[in-house]
Design a binder for this molecule. Structure first.
Ligand SMILES: Nc1ncnc2c1ncn2[C@@H]1O[C@H](COP(=O)(O)OP(=O)(O)OP(=O)(O)O)[C@@H](O)[C@H]1O
Ligand SMILES: [Mg+2]
Length: 259
């Protein structure tokens, strides 16, 4: 990786607290994601992973410090990243196709062109034949895939996915992980991925950023996954990955005990 390139995402001493609480969740947090990297954020419920995403996407702003996309902290971040929120946020009055078209329309594409682009992805996301249904007619896993598709079709070079596979059964989940890896390996997008699942984080990522109970202070703890690329499903049983999994569990337990 060319380290001279500006990082895709950088948190510089970011402090953040929700308005209705005194205690900050982040205190001078530092984190870097290089261009083209696959980085997972791993940590327990309530540790601030989705908050980190909202700051990165520009849905919230730091109280202190700054968030940089491609080296710049000026301008609007929203619209410069493909963002799949944890809750699907589909518009109930729009069909699946129309929901998928939304970010493209916002970016100025005609309805016709937006419709064409989304239609081209429906099969790959397991949504073929569902384009004229409404969100309330879909299962949780299907809605998650619509939301995932919507983040992908925008074509931004940073893609942020907040627990995209949490509502899927394990076989579909494995298939979507492998599909995502293939797609990422071909596109070289920067991918930032939230999960609770240690194995998922290890199988997919170049690096894992560990989140612990807030407040989180200073540089995020990071773990490098030294498995070669490209990876396929065989990598799941790689001895190095199993060893890292044991270490990671031990480390997360230790961090919990230290609190
Ligand atoms: N809108 C809000 N107002 C006040 N506090 C909030 C708000 N959203 C989240 N929090 C608090 O901030 C902390 C971090 O929440 P966040 O949603 O970032 O965690 P998370 O790591 O994504 O958890 P999960 O894995 O359950 O999705 C939690 O203590 C939560 O209660
Ligand atoms: Mg979350």
């Amino acid at each position: 990786m060319n380290k001279k390139q500006k990082p895709a995402l950088e948190f510089r001493d970011v402090t953040y607290a929700y308005a209705d609480t005194d205690a900050p969740i982040f205190e001078q947090v530092q984190a870097v994601v290089e261009k083209g990297e696959f980085v997972s954020l791993l940590g327990p419920s309530g540790s601030g992973k989705s908050t980190f995403f909202r700051l990165a996407a520009g849905l919230s702003n730091p109280v202190n410090g700054s968030v940089h996309l491609h080296g710049s902290d000026s301008g609007i971040r929203l619209g410069r990243v493909g963002y799949m929120p944890q809750q699907d946020m589909l518009l109930p009055w729009r069909t699946i196709l129309e929901n998928g078209m939304l970010p493209l329309e916002i970016n100025g594409l005609s309805k016709k062109e937006a419709g064409k682009r989304v239609s081209a992805h429906l099969e790959a996301f397991g949504l073929g034949g569902l384009e004229h249904k409404y969100p309330h007619e879909l299962s949780g896993g299907m809605k998650q895939r619509v939301s995932f598709l919507r983040a992908v079709v925008g074509g931004n070079d940073i893609l942020m996915l907040d627990e995209p596979f949490s509502a899927l059964d394990s076989i579909t989940r494995f298939m979507m992980q492998e599909w995502l890896l293939e797609k990422w390996q071909a596109s070289r997008q920067t991918l930032i991925f939230i999960t609770h699942d240690i194995e998922e984080a290890l199988f997919l990522s170049d690096r894992i950023l560990l989140f612990t109970e807030p407040p989180i202070k200073g540089p995020l703890t990071e773990i490098t996954v030294p498995l070669p690329r490209p990876r396929d499903e065989g990598a799941r049983d790689h001895p190095e990955l199993l060893k890292l999994k044991r270490e990671l569990i031990e480390r997360m337990r230790r961090e919990e005990r230290l609190r």
